[in-house]
Design a protein around this ligand. Structure first.
Ligand SMILES: O=C(O)C[C@H]1C=CC(=O)O1
Length: 96
């Protein structure tokens, strides 16, 4: 099942540079592992914002919830989720 997800990141002003760097590194490792697994299919930066739009390919909403809440930056993100289904006019066979 595909989900469009928008993540807006807002780190606390009081967070040290060192702590932010560690969080971002651990987040990157997790994000890249999920991409390698095929679960995080697209990851795009929104120009000019500390935000991304992503497409996840997971079994169900419960799996997506577990995955998102497990992200190191989760406490500092506002997340919007849109479930997707195949568009009848799409010519791409792998749209799920
Ligand atoms: O930078 C972001 O958009 C937040 C988060 C998503 C992937 C990642 O590495 O960090």
């Amino acid at each position: 099942m595909l989900f469009h997800v928008r993540m807006d990141v807002s780190l606390p002003h009081g967070m040290s540079e060192a702590e932010a760097e560690v969080l971002k590194r651990v987040e990157r490792e997790k994000a890249q592992a999920l991409q390698a697994e095929g679960k995080w299919r697209h990851l795009w930066r929104i120009v000019g914002q500390y935000s991304n739009v992503s497409v996840f390919d997971v079994e169900n909403a419960e799996e997506l919830h577990q995955l998102l809440t497990g992200l190191p930056l989760f406490p500092y993100m506002t997340i919007q989720v849109m479930p997707l289904c195949r568009h009848p006019s799409s010519i791409h066979a792998d749209d799920r």
